[in-house]
Design a protein around this ligand. Structure first.
Ligand code: ADP
Length: 186
């Protein structure tokens, strides 16, 4: 099973992606986690990424495509995965198609989770207070939502045209939302 999770920051896509991965026993690949790991190691990629992430903007497509081309070709990806936070732009989605063609793999479904903007900002600011993530302040959260609408939301149409899209309402109890996703996959 290979899945992509799309959704605005704060919608709970990371939470749901993890629960779905546990259910199927597949790998959870979050590009946010991968980049934060690079930052904590103070690598060259990490140093460049930190500047961009703290402004609420996106790390360049070629950086993410290089990272994911390597990551997806590793052995532990063979049994399947959930992609959380990637692709985030149309060029990334096109690049991913190229990577998957080379690996002779395909995506089974794209889960798009949504919620209204007020709810999202409330959740992000709350998460910032608890997680200490430097990009979860109110101003940066608004910027990230803006970037989502401009650069990531077009993926909904992209995957809808490929008949892969499953749309899910992100407001509700966590287990209920997981169940809705599972129902759509069976
Ligand atoms: P969230 O889902 O809450 O927005 P993530 O943990 O997925 O947060 O990502 C945090 C930040 O990492 C993003 O705001 C962005 O700057 C960077 N990032 C993560 N994935 C990508 C990607 N695929 N392309 C570009 N930047 C990314």
């Amino acid at each position: 099973m290979r899945l992509i999770f799309i959704g605005p920051p704060g919608v709970g896509k990371g939470t749901q992606a993890k629960r779905i991965c546990d259910h199927f026993g597949i790998l959870h690949l979050s590009t946010g986690d991968i980049l934060r790991e690079e930052i904590s190691q103070n690598s060259l990629v990490g140093q460049a990424a930190k500047q961009v992430i703290d402004k609420g903007e996106l790390v360049p497509d070629n950086v993410l495509l290089d990272i994911m081309a390597i990551r997806l070709s590793q052995n532990d990806c063979k049994k399947g995965y959930c992609l959380d936070g990637f692709p985030r732009t149309i060029p990334q989605a096109e690049g991913l198609e190229h990577i998957l063609r080379n690996l002779q793999q395909s995506i089974d479904a794209v889960i798009s989770i949504d919620a209204n903007e007020k709810e999202l900002i409330k959740r992000l600011v709350l998460r910032g207070n608890n997680s200490g993530r430097t990009d979860d302040t109110s101003d940066v959260a608004k910027q990230r939502l803006d970037v989502y609408w401009k650069q990531t939301a077009p993926l909904i149409e992209f995957y809808s045209r490929r008949n892969l899209l499953q749309s899910i309402n992100g407001v509700g109890e966590i287990p209920d939302i997981t169940q809705q996703i599972l129902n759509g996959l069976s």
